[in-house]
Design a protein around this ligand. Sequence first.
Ligand SMILES: Cc1ncc(COP(=O)(O)O)c(C=O)c1O
Length: 389
Amino acid sequence: MSSAPRPAILPDNPRFSSGPCAKRPGWSVQALEGALVGRSHRAKEPLARIQEVISRSREVLGLPEDFRVAIVPASDTGAVEMAMWSLLGARAVEFLTWENFGEQWVIDCETQLKPLDSRIIRAPYGELPDLRQTDPARDCVFVWNGTTSGVRVPDGDWISDDRQGLTICDATSGVLAHEMPWHKLDVVTYSWQKAMGGEAGFGMLLLGPRAAERLQNFTPPWPVPKIFRLAKGQKIIEGVFRGATINTISMLAVEDALDALRWVESIGGGDAMIGRAAANFSVIDEWVARTPWVEFLARDPATRSRTSLCLSITEDWFAALDESARWEIVGALTKMLEREGAAFDIATHRAASPGLRIWGGGTVEKSDLEKLVPWLDWAWAEICTAYAP
Ligand SMILES: Cc1ncc(COP(=O)(O)O)c(C=O)c1O
């Protein structure tokens, strides 16, 4: 590979991490000045702010009226686990998995949730399992967007309108970047720290009417810890869906979530966020198309994520190295970009194979991705000079 010139212009914001993700453009800590810190989250005014997060979230997501919305502890993980502990066990279930986070939910299925009649439908990194294999009689747990492989389901057409099972969808890197077919989804989870650029620690649990019906008619066969509890006996704890959180919430994080939601509204709402993610994807897509040393890990273009843009390094000499040598090189490449102030945190997740992962969600500016790509070319040329045989 020939050398590339050292770019003159840096991205204004070099934060391309896939979580926590970049704050909205123009964010500063002053956005939190009005936070009701030191107040009880159950008092009138703080509770109103929590409820405002719920109502604004509904609005930007375009959520149907009959969905319940709760803010829950432990980020997206908390929301997914709460859904699985509270709802699974009523009928057979299948887990779709094609990367690290789908595998996390499989671990729960195989080692914690017993007895459970389950089957696993798996695909390797870069691919989706055959979605036509899914059985509408079973519950189905799946990730909308596999953040560690950059492979997503293209749509919800494979989900039956007449299903008997529930669909439980971890959409933490899916929402506000991809269209969500709400009527196909019975439970959806996400956290503030992804597309919104909010703080970690709190998750959103969206519960459709069919999931609510399950809560009212079924008691899980295993213990449900207080932190996961959505029903008392078979009665839904409705307060949780009206801002009366299960345990104490951070009013600072609430204020930050409100700031993010107001910004989303100011740019045109959820559709504008999807548009921004699509435009960001195009910058990287066009660069990949003209760049010989990278390609998307997601083989099928229809499954390529608009948020976690996962790239493999394809140059022969690199591909011929063992995994630890490839990690060493990705480490050197990403350190170089960090030192220059061009990009932070763009190595692939430790569970994936060595490569690059660039966040393209709506809080990232397209212009920053345009400024980033010459730095990627430059850094790779430097790596080739240092390491290529
Ligand atoms: C698909 C998916 N599920 C779950 C998680 C865990 O999220 P959190 O750390 O917010 O609980 C992540 C984090 O990146 C993710 O990408």
